[in-house]
Design a protein around this ligand. Structure first.
Ligand SMILES: [Cu+2]
Length: 150
């Protein structure tokens, strides 16, 4: 099981116990992630050893996140954030390189890049590196979009 899957499983279990559950979203090796936003916010994601850090990001609905992505590995990576349809398109492998569209950034070895994405609906939005076998290796993360009260 990947660390993310473990974290999500913990989230489900925690939800059953506490009725809230979000507090359990942080992996045991990471400090609890604050809920960021609303409005605009910048999140730095570091890639090392083909892992995103942080793997779980929490934002209020109605938050625009500017992802600054730092690739600390000596190989190519990417960060693609979006709904399942976007990930399916990349999994099919029909798009090898990514033009600068919101939520997608490709990074050469040691590069830093940025992309912007709007989180307007509560729920879980996955972030994935779709280079061959990277997702299987565990290069996945999630943005938990928390509904705003009222
Ligand atoms: Cu990768």
């Amino acid at each position: 099981m990947t660390r993310l899957a473990t974290a999500l499983a913990a989230l489900v279990v925690g939800g059953a116990v506490t009725g809230g559950g979000y507090a359990v979203a942080a992996a045991d090796d990471e400090a609890a992630e604050p809920v960021r936003g609303p409005g605009t916010t910048t999140v730095t994601v570091t890639i090392r050893d083909s892992r995103f850090s942080p793997e779980v990001i929490r934002v209020w609905e109605g938050t625009q996140v500017r992802f600054v992505v730092r690739n600390r590995d000596p190989l190519n990576h990417e960060l693609v954030v979006g709904p399942d349809a976007v990930h399916l398109r990349h999994t099919d492998g029909t798009e090898a390189a990514h033009p600068p569209v919101p939520g997608e950034v490709s990074l050469g070895p040691g590069q830093t890049g940025a992309t912007v994405y709007d989180f307007d609906e509560p729920g879980t939005v996955r972030m994935v590196c779709h280079l061959p076998r990277h997702e299987d290796y565990g290069m996945v993360g999630a943005v938990e979009v928390v509904p705003r009260p009222g």
